[in-house]
Design a protein around this ligand. Structure first.
Ligand SMILES: [Zn+2]
Ligand SMILES: [Zn+2]
Length: 459
């Protein structure tokens, strides 16, 4: 059963995952009803101005509804009782101008001011048409808190202290699921211009973080389950979740081996492509890529991915690291998608280090930051970690190829050709996407699923 059903009147088809959930008109749409003949919301690539207007309206409506669910008095009383210090929570109203200081794509942060000058944040999850079922949202809250619990009890990695949390439930007096945590000073690293010395300072501290995580091996791949039980549960990444016929959440894992993990993720993605829930604009390309990776790439990749497994911050674009004016790391935040994974994925360089333009063009050349980071690790006798950074492109490309449906059909060919060159450089140095695709169409000519996609008129 699909996670979302098309909301077009009379339609019984599955809604397309990410691209088919429209925040502007609050509809889930199937492949057919997502087309312009039926769906008239502005496309940001065609009419950016109109899109921004509609998107702002939708966001204001979403946030006003969310904040109205928060019981401000109960939140204030809870925080004051926990810390035994009086505090205030200002009346909640959504200010679109200052949104970047209080929210990201998934969470909103309510400040709690104590009379002695300390500030906590109440982190609550945003809720709109793209939001996954509440059972998944609750698992994310528990897993994020479990991750903070793990990091604070086993490592010196700087993170905000968590004071309280609750999932969504009728008995939760605050009205929404939340995490209460310290507000950290500092600014996001991704907003900073770094001199050579600043960069060296940051890289060195991140090498400490990698070295600390390397000290804590796990036997399984998945996400931490619960703050009271730091065992490994299923993977929670959005691209891997599904629902059964009664709408109950279906999750993948936990996994004992990399081969099991990679195989299950790819097979699930193939199923979504065939059901019309993923890669709706380039289903045939995506099918060929996922099929080929499953049949010809995964075995050689996972040969180097034997356990143990390690914790990774899966959203490491640079805004997750807060630094002070001397570029000391004040804290690493936003661990909601953290996952225990293969060492090659866990210790590939953070995405923040990549030269984004070069990487998205398909080039596997390492960026200056990656090379310097690997050198730093080597200098401190972490040759194993340095090698994982040098060889990190395979993990980066795999993560963007498998289930990485961005809605931009140019991305997949570049990531896939990059993956082929990273895994099998000799055979694929001069290979082009068009030539590879032609060959794959011939290889899978008799494949029933491919034939079905072609007959359905998939692109
Ligand atoms: Zn719409
Ligand atoms: Zn439909």
């Amino acid at each position: 059963m699909p996670l979302f059903k098309c909301t077009f009147p009379g339609c019984l088809q599955p809604g397309v995952g990410r691209q088919g959930s429209c925040r502007l008109c609050n509809n889930h749409l199937c492949t057919k009803h997502l087309r312009q003949d039926f769906h008239h919301c502005p496309d940001w690539r065609v009419n950016e101005r109109e899109y921004v207007i509609k998107s702002t309206e939708a966001e204001i409506a979403e946030m006003t509804a969310l904040l109205s669910q928060v019981n401000v008095c109960a939140l204030r009383d809870r925080a004051a009782a926990l810390r035994k210090v009086d505090c205030t929570v200002l009346a909640l109203s959504y200010d679109h101008q200052s949104r970047f200081s209080v929210m990201g794509g998934m969470n909103y942060h309510i400040p709690i001011h104590f009379v002695d000058g300390v500030t906590w944040l109440c982190r609550i999850r945003r809720h709109n048409i793209t939001t996954t079922p509440v059972a998944h949202q609750n698992r994310l809250i528990l897993s994020e808190v479990a991750t903070y619990q793990f990091l604070s009890s086993r490592t010196q990695i700087p993170i905000p202290k968590v004071h309280d949390y609750s999932i969504y439930s009728p008995s939760n007096p605050i009205g929404v699921g939340y995490i209460l945590m310290d507000k950290l000073a500092g600014k996001p690293l991704s907003d900073c211009d770094l001199t050579d010395a600043d960069r060296e300072c940051v890289l060195s501290q991140l090498a400490d973080v990698f070295a600390a995580l390397k000290q804590h091996p796990f036997n399984e791949i998945g996400c931490l389950l619960d703050p009271d039980n730091l065992s490994v549960g299923p993977v929670l990444d959005e691209s891997t979740i599904d629902a059964d016929e009664n709408g109950n959440l279906l999750l993948l894992g936990p996994f004992k081996s990399a081969l099991e993990y990679r195989t299950a993720s790819i097979k699930h993605q193939i199923e979504l492509i065939l059901r019309g829930e993923s890669y709706s604009d380039n289903a045939i390309d995506a099918y060929l890529v996922h099929r080929f990776v499953l049949d010809y790439v995964i075995e050689s990749v996972t040969r180097n991915e034997q356990g143990p497994f390690f914790l990774k911050h899966m959203d490491d674009k640079g805004d997750h690291i807060l630094v002070d004016d001397e570029f000391r790391i004040v804290g690493i935040i936003d661990w909601e998608w953290a996952q225990i994974t293969t060492q090659s994925e866990a210790f590939a360089a953070p995405l923040y280090f990549l030269d984004v333009g070069l990487y998205y063009s398909g080039s596997n050349e390492l960026s200056r930051k990656e090379v310097e980071f690997a050198s730093n690790l080597k200098r401190r006798n972490e040759a194993g970690l340095a090698d994982l950074v040098y060889g990190g492109r395979v993990a980066h490309r795999l993560a963007h190829c498998v289930g990485g449906d961005t809605g931009d059909i140019e991305d997949l060919p570049n990531h896939f050709m990059g993956l082929l060159r990273a895994v099998l450089p000799r055979n694929n140095e001069r290979e082009t996407w068009a030539h590879w695709r032609g060959g794959a169409m011939m290889t899978y000519e008799k494949d029933e699923d491919l034939q079905n996609l072609i007959q359905k008129g998939s692109k």
